[in-house]
Design a protein around this ligand. Structure first.
Ligand code: HEC
Ligand code: HEC
Length: 371
């Protein structure tokens, strides 16, 4: 029943948000001989065997609808970190999707090309190719190719990264041709190929083998006693599992927790209480007002602040928010109700959230890029 993501989507997604990176990459051609430069370039971003999914990730790269190869992953890794693909030459995917923060960011909302600020925070890209449902973005507006194509047009932040501009920027770097040929058999540079390479790189960013996964696999000692109590609460009294379930601890559905709600002035349309309408803007259904996609909880400790607008500063405050039953508003999810947690229970839940830190995704930017 698991469906997977169409690779072309990933780049279109990126385009839609102005998915764009500080610091221009350093030159690969500093060495006097081109062959030496090439050897240095390749040593800096070598072909690596495809990673084995860690414990807890019940998916294989071979299950994906596109063939992931070491050659595509290498190319995709360069592209993901290459700021030259943005309008101002300063922004890459990694600017907002920072490996050190679970491929998310520590800013409440993203800043794109020319310092433009958006309204939403960059979600993590972890086990991303293995979502239960292929819905992307906080409002799920990307779910099929045709829908996605509209995204970039609709989003003003996209300007810096239209498809034509990405391809033009890539073609202006002759050094890439060799690696497109390595990945695809000939040196044609186009958007589909670039998208598939980036998607291949993203698909290798696994998160698993966390204390939570090891406990589930039978290692009783993997969780501390408070973490075990937190796990019982998560799947029991606190009912987090109503929305955070499955291997990625998300249902890939949309819910209103009241995040972002500000009581509108009397007489005003209640919908104006949410400056970001969330899912409703996509579905056109007023009952989806203020509903956002459930994010994965894997590695959540690494990406404060939280929620679609980064408005909740810490995991402790997240737990408090749930304990209060969310923020009351006309569209609050019926699953949200005050939990009546004791202080010890709140600590336990917090401890459990830290047990979701996994491994398999960490990376750093390559130092050298094709020229
Ligand atoms: C300027 C910051 C920024 C840059 C640069 C950026 N992104 Fe994003 N990305 C975001 C934001 C913000 C969202 C959420 C947008 C929304 O929900 O409307 C997002 C969403 C995504 C998602 C969907 C994740 C999910 O769980 O729904 C993917 C995948 C993604 N970006 C990939 C990329 C790729 C690939 C690049 C580079 C080509 C990129 N991004 C560049 C900010 C950025
Ligand atoms: C009704 C569905 C639902 C329930 C129940 C629920 N969550 Fe969530 N959770 C969400 C949604 C949706 C978001 C994102 C909301 C937003 O950004 O507006 C979220 C966000 C979070 C985040 C922030 C993640 C990030 O990357 O920003 C954490 C942490 C979290 N939930 C933990 C929990 C815990 C712990 C519980 C149980 C006490 C719980 N959730 C119960 C749906 C739910």
């Amino acid at each position: 029943m698991r469906r997977t993501v169409n690779p072309a989507s990933l780049l279109a997604l990126a385009a839609a948000v102005g998915c764009a990176t500080p610091e221009a990459p350093r030159s690969a051609a500093t060495a006097s001989s081109p062959r030496i430069a090439e050897a240095a370039l390749e040593a800096d971003n070598p072909l690596r065997p495809l990673p084995v999914p860690p414990l807890g990730v019940a998916a294989e790269l071979a299950d994906l609808p596109f063939r992931v190869t070491p050659e595509k992953v290498r190319l995709g890794r360069w592209l993901f970190f290459d700021a030259r693909l943005s309008d101002d030459g300063k922004v890459s995917c990694a600017t907002c999707h920072d490996p050190a923060h679970g491929f998310s960011e520590t800013e409440p909302v993203s800043t794109g090309v020319h310092g433009k600020t958006g309204k939403r925070k960059a979600p993590p890209i972890l086990n991303a190719a293995f979502a239960i449902y292929p819905v992307w973005f906080w409002d799920g507006r990307a779910s099929s190719l045709s829908e996605q194509a509209k995204g970039p047009m609709a989003n003003p932040l996209e300007m810096g990264m239209s498809h034509e501009r990405i391809v033009a920027a890539l073609k202006a770097i002759p050094g890439y041709r060799r690696y497109f040929a390595e990945a695809y058999g000939d040196d044609r540079v186009d958007l589909d190929r670039a998208a598939e390479a980036i998607a291949s790189y993203e698909a290798t960013r696994f998160s698993g083998n966390s204390a939570y996964d090891r406990f589930d696999a039978g290692d009783e000692q993997a969780l501390t006693p408070p973490q075990r109590a937190g796990r019982d609460l998560f799947f029991g009294k606190a009912a987090c599992k109503a929305c955070h379930l499955g291997a990625n601890l998300t249902d890939s559905r949309f819910h209103n927790l009241g995040v972002g709600w500000k009581e509108p002035s009397p007489g005003a349309d209640p919908r104006t209480g949410f400056s970001d309408p969330g899912r409703a803007a996509v579905s056109g259904r007023s009952e989806d007002t203020g509903a956002f996609k459930t994010p994965t909880l894997r590695d959540c400790s690494r990406r404060a602040p939280y929620m679609h607008d980064g408005s909740v500063a810490s995991l402790r405050e997240v737990v408090d928010l749930y304990d209060r039953g969310g923020t009351r508003n006309p569209w609050l999810s019926s699953e949200m109700r005050p939990l009546g947690l004791t202080p010890a229970e709140r600590e336990a839940l917090l401890a459990f959230l830290l047990a979701l830190d996994g491994e398999g995704f960490l990376d750093v930017a390559p130092r050298l890029f094709p020229r």
